[in-house]
Each structure stands twice: as C-alpha cells, then as structure tokens.
Ligand binder design. Structure first.
Ligand code: IMP
Length: 196
C-alpha cells in the first residue's frame, strides 16, 4: 500500500466526516477516519485541532487532519465558541440551550462559525488553516440537513439556514469549506502526494 496517498481525518463526528469526504473527494487521497478521542483541553481552536491531528498522526504514522470548530454568538460575547460541543449531552439539547440563553436579547443574533484545520505530517511542523462563515442565529429550527447548529444558523443573502441547504450549497458558504479551500490553495496536500 502506498502510504503517501492516505490521509487520516481525526474526528469521530459523523457530520464533519461526511463533509470532509465531500470537500476532499477530488484530491485523490484515501480518507481514513480515526477518532483521536483527545480531551479538548486547548484554549484555542488551533490548540485543539493540533491535539487531534498530532495524536492521530503519531498513532497511525500517516498525515492527519484535525478540525476544531464552533459557533460564536455576538450577544453572548462569543459564547459558546470553543465549548460548542459541550452545551448539553445531545445536539438537540445544545441547540435548545443556546436558544434559551438568547431569549429576550434583541435580534438579529449575529454569529459566526469558525473552523481551524491542523495538518500534522510525520517529521514536519504542523500547519494551520482557518475559515469562518458569518450569519445569524434564528429562534426556530429550520430544515434537517447538515449537523450541529445548522438548523438555527441563517446564511445572509440566501434566506436559508444551513439546515435547509443540500451539502453542495452549504459548501459555498461554510467555515469548513473555506478552511479546506485555504488548505488546498496552500499546496500542502500536493506536497504530500508528490513522488518522494
Ligand atoms: P468540536 O470541533 O469537536 O469541538 O465540535 C464543534 C461543535 O461545533 C460541533 O459539535 C457542533 O455542535 C458545532 N459545529 C461545528 N461545525 C459545525 C457546522 O458546520 N454546523 C453546525 N454545527 C457545527
């Protein structure tokens, strides 16, 4: 097996994995899912993305991509941000908890999604790529597509939440798609697959 063509996606989040499979489909890499199961003890998205990527890389001896992401709501001072996955035991409860915290606050509830990708390659310094998507939290669940907070995140100019968009439409705007675009434009993946 040619090790140079495999790329580990260090995540156990089914929604993220599905998106990486779509976003990296044309790169020619065989994508291998691996949940690093690290505790997210970092104080930045980049630190957590690094922990996930470097753990997966050292365990597999393959290049690995780690993703840390979250939603930041202006009226809550950027909360939940790094803690987006920890507002409750299920996503439904996390979404309900976020809306509860926003109750009574004047709208629009401006927000942004942030995604930081860390690319860890054996014997190389880890590289980082970031993307953001600005939008608005809406008080009612709209649509069933995507994952996480997608049904309450309205994308300006589209009249739709991410929950109402098919995957290819979400990719036109999403923080993750933008981070992947920066990664692709950097040439870092081409260098991995170039003949030694
Ligand atoms: P973590 O990166 O594993 O810490 O988790 C990030 C959390 O942020 C996810 O569990 C989701 O709740 C939320 N999140 C990140 N990206 C997205 C997205 O594209 N759509 C909706 N929610 C997201």
């Amino acid at each position: 097996m040619d090790k140079r063509r495999r790329l580990v996606i260090a995540s156990g989040n089914a929604g993220k994995l599905r998106e990486y499979r779509e976003l990296l489909a044309d790169t020619g890499f065989e994508l291998v899912a691996f949940d690093s199961e690290v505790e997210e003890v970092g104080e930045t998205y980049a630190e957590n993305a690094r922990l996930k990527a470097e753990t997966a890389c050292s365990r597999s001896d393959l290049p690995a991509l780690g993703d840390d992401s979250g939603v930041e709501v202006e009226a809550l001072g950027g909360y939940p941000g790094l803690r987006s996955a920890r507002l409750g035991p299920t996503q439904e409860e996390r979404t309900a908890e976020l809306l509860k915290q926003l109750e009574g606050k004047p709208r629009p509830w401006s927000a942004r999604f942030v995604c930081v990708i860390a690319l860890a390659v054996p014997e190389h310094p880890t590289q980082f790529f970031e993307g953001e998507c600005r939008g608005e939290i809406v008080p009612e669940w709209r649509g069933r597509a995507g994952f996480g907070y997608d049904p309450i995140f309205l994308v300006p100019g589209t009249g739709k939440t991410f929950g109402e968009m098919p995957p290819e439409e979400k990719q036109l705007y999403s923080h993750r798609a933008r981070a992947v675009q920066t990664l692709l434009e950097s040439g870092a993946l081409d260098r991995l697959s170039a003949p030694a």
